[in-house]
Design a protein around this ligand. Sequence first.
Ligand code: FAD
Length: 432
Amino acid sequence: MAHVVVLGAGLGGVIMAYEMKDQLGKDDRLTVITKGSSYCFVPSNPWVAVGWRQRDDIEVDLTRVMAKRDIALLTQGAARVHPAENRIELTDGESVSYDYLVIATGPDLAFDEIEGLGPEGHTQSVCHIDHALKAEQAFKALVANPGPVIIGAVQGASCFGPAYEFLFILETALRKARVRDRVPMTFVTSEPYIGHLGLDGVGDTKGLLESEMRAHHIKWITNAKVKSVEPAVMHVEEVNDDGTTKKMHDLPFAFSMMLPAFRGVPAVRGIEGLTNPRGFILVDKFQRNPTFRNVFAVGVGVAIPPMGPTPVPVGVPKTGFMIESMVTATAMNISSLLNGKEPAEVGTWNAVCLADFGDGGVAFVAQPQIPPRNVNWSSQGKWVHYAKIGFEKYFLRKIRMGKSEPFYERLALQALGIDKLKSTHPETGDVA
Ligand code: FAD
């Protein structure tokens, strides 16, 4: 009779709960602790920011589906995790004890690290549905009163795909609104080159993305550090390969959306042995914390070292497919522990990404993440736009049904000739 707690109900946490439930016995208990009772599909936020989706389209109330699956749902959120006491302190002062904990709290958005950055400053964000809805208002103001646009990702960011995605979605939306001719666009990024993506490029992402930008009259600045943002001006330092200043830019803008750096959420940050200095959860290859052996972690909150030194710091992205592989490994490993066995399942952590451009898009698969790779593939076309819509519909259906099935991954990877789907037993090579 074990009590398993999943902390966080985003993309990783909800499917974690469903997969964990499938592994537990009838006397075991499963609790999900989250903030509020709804799930929101973050990858659709760029569409929300130009009015192509409304909140209702991408939000699911978890109350009924969790009850249907006999999963307890606590919606007040965690104030602090106390791993040495196997206890989570909630924001209302109550505590929840656990036998096993899976932390799936995603990123804390570090806007405060740059003066004037973020929705409380002068730039927009698509990282949260509330931010995306605010960005939609700013987008409408831009259409009414066109001016220069800056899109990009700041120093220390790890999530570059959505920055490119939003750049091209916005470009499409501005063309459809017939005001693109009055909107000069600049992409400002900490990446050392266009299409690096925190992965040192995948396939020809450099060529594909540069070519798309040229074709759409979008300028770019790489190796960029955003120094500060004022109401209509962004101050950017462009650096050389050795980190010295190449040029200072004072870029005027009427609309800007910049991806911030991520760090671990306050409820876990600064806990000795649990987190790294940025507050990301330390895990071994079984998704298990090396100090607190009954604590596991999945999703963006997991610590992954950067790919290698770059003139301006960039992080490694954690995408949905990779997160699903972490989830499956974690569910299997906790199940093994409950059955008196040692964890043996390892997530594949492959990077698979569909970046929609509104009327086209770029897709890539990196296996493994670090080059040289066995699969290093990228492609572009209208099919990516439809594949992303398919991904959204499929994933939201999965959340509403209370089931986690890796159906779409199987189809996509079969098409690409990738044999390992999610989690692989390190000795037998069996695919979970
Ligand atoms: P989240 O989905 O952010 O979930 C974390 C959850 O934890 C949230 O519900 C939060 O409220 C909760 N939480 C935080 N603190 C607490 C607390 N103290 N107590 C309780 N609950 C807490 N990946 C792809 O594969 N494809 C895409 O197209 C794609 N698009 C993206 C677009 C954007 C704009 C962004 C930002 C990311 C995108 N990603 C995409 C990357 C990644 O898949 C998503 O960020 C994904 O949502 C991460 O899942 P997660 O569970 O780690 O975090």
